[in-house]
Design a protein around this ligand. Sequence first.
Ligand SMILES: [Zn+2]
Length: 70
Amino acid sequence: MLTTTRPRTTPVPPPCPDRACHSDIHGLLWKDTTYLRNDPDNWRWYCPRCGQHWMPTSEQFVAHRTFPTV
Ligand SMILES: [Zn+2]
């Protein structure tokens, strides 16, 4: 029997909270780690369409957390 042991896939970013961006192909958020510094949870969403930064929800913080590679 085949067992599926898939490696962890990168979670898909959510669409921009701005409704004007939902119909645009560029309305998907990017993970902006500009403010990351020493805190792995201190990142923000960035929308390349409207150029705004968005605060991630607590669930998104967990789902999209990046552990420092040391
Ligand atoms: Zn947007």
